[in-house]
Design a protein around this ligand. Structure first.
Ligand code: FO1
Length: 327
């Protein structure tokens, strides 16, 4: 059961998959129902067996509904794999693991999209049915595909990430679409109404950047007077999860919260970094950002709650951007 506190702050959080979903969960628990909007990367989306797969939307939705698999972070807890076993009997490679219960989400989402509903509407419908008290907002309604360039050529994101286990050195990231991705009215409103904006500890290149590339997104963030803070996904020279550290290295960035801060320079007012990286705080302050040093690795529910509380207190301390600019 979800117990919601009554903090009156409204937060817009930009998130990718597991790390972003976990911080969003901590924020959701601290806020009034409806006060959190999670703007989610959909550059990982792809089609499989005629189904529209939206891994990050589902990871956020299942996590905020309290249904996510606690170990892998994606998919549903206690899911079964009988459909995949049958796919294998037909001689097909079940390389992307969709559980039996997870398939229900995909069947219904695909049906809604085929009926002409947008991914924003379909996500709102599914999340409401699961009792999620927050707004889960796809970054845009247009289809965007993140492509990963490697020495073996350009790969589809899930080909790189799941099939090849993100083992290839990454030489570039690009996005493909036939219609230019536009910020949706729902995302625009969430940013406008936010008293704080949080970049979750998600991969800066393949989770946060696709969101920032959506037309209108950076301008909306720049217009906001809310403090914008980012939580570093790099802790002690490594990524908490996934290939962020390898990508930073192969793309020529310093693998540290300083490297992350440089990527977000001009966009965020403050960085939240882990205590193990505390000595790097002065270098980030030299970039013109405020720094909060705390424990950022969310091992359990208490860890999510503690990080969410620290992020919210940091945002309050920073105060509205305009007031700070005038001070
Ligand atoms: N990640 C894996 O590493 N292997 C999988 O087979 C896999 C299946 C999967 C199914 C549904 C879903 O919502 C997510 C799934 N993920 C899987 C996670 C996902 O592909 C990645 O974590 C994200 O795309 C990166 O944020």
């Amino acid at each position: 059961m979800l117990t919601l506190a009554s903090d009156t702050l409204r937060i817009a959080a930009l998130a990718g998959g597991v790390g972003g979903a976990r911080l969003a969960d901590g924020l959701q628990e601290a806020l009034e129902a409806g006060a959190l909007s999670v703007i989610v990367n959909t550059g990982d989306d792809f089609k499989l067996w005629g189904l529209h797969i939206s891994p990050d939307l589902d990871t956020v939705m299942y996590t905020l509904a309290g249904l996510a698999d606690p170990v892998q972070g994606w998919g549903l807890e206690r899911d079964t794999w009988m459909t995949l076993e049958m796919v294998e009997r037909y001689g097909r490679d079940p390389w992307f693991r969709l559980g039996d219960m997870d398939l229900a989400t995909h069947i219904l989402r695909t049906q809604m999209l085929n009926e002409g509903r947008s991914i924003t509407e379909a996500t709102g419908d599914l999340a409401a049915a699961l009792g999620v008290p927050s707004h889960i907002l796809p970054m845009c309604n247009e289809e965007v595909q993140t492509k990963v360039s490697t020495p073996d050529g350009m790969l589809d994101f899930q080909e790189y990430f799941v099939r090849r286990r993100h083992a290839d050195p990454v030489t570039g990231i690009s996005y493909q679409y036939s219609l230019v991705p536009q910020m949706t009215p729902q995302v625009g409103l969430a940013i406008e109404e936010a008293g704080a904006i949080v970049l979750c500890p998600s991969n800066p290149f393949v989770s946060i950047d696709p969101i920032l590339q959506v037309e209108g997104m950076r301008a909306a963030l720049a217009r906001s007077s809310a403090p914008i803070v980012a939580v570093s996904p790099i802790v002690g020279g490594a990524a908490v999860k996934g290939p962020a550290a390898d990508m930073m290295r192969s793309l020529g960035h310093e693998v540290s919260p300083v490297g992350v801060a440089r990527l977000y320079r001009g966009l965020v007012d403050g960085m939240v970094i882990d205590t193990v990286d505390g000595a790097l705080a002065p270098r980030i302050r030299d970039l013109g950002m405020e720094v909060e040093v705390t424990r950022t690795v969310m091992k359990d529910r208490a860890g999510r709650q503690a990080l969410a509380a620290d992020v919210m207190n940091f945002c309050r301390r920073l105060g509205p951007a305009k007031e700070r600019a005038q001070a």
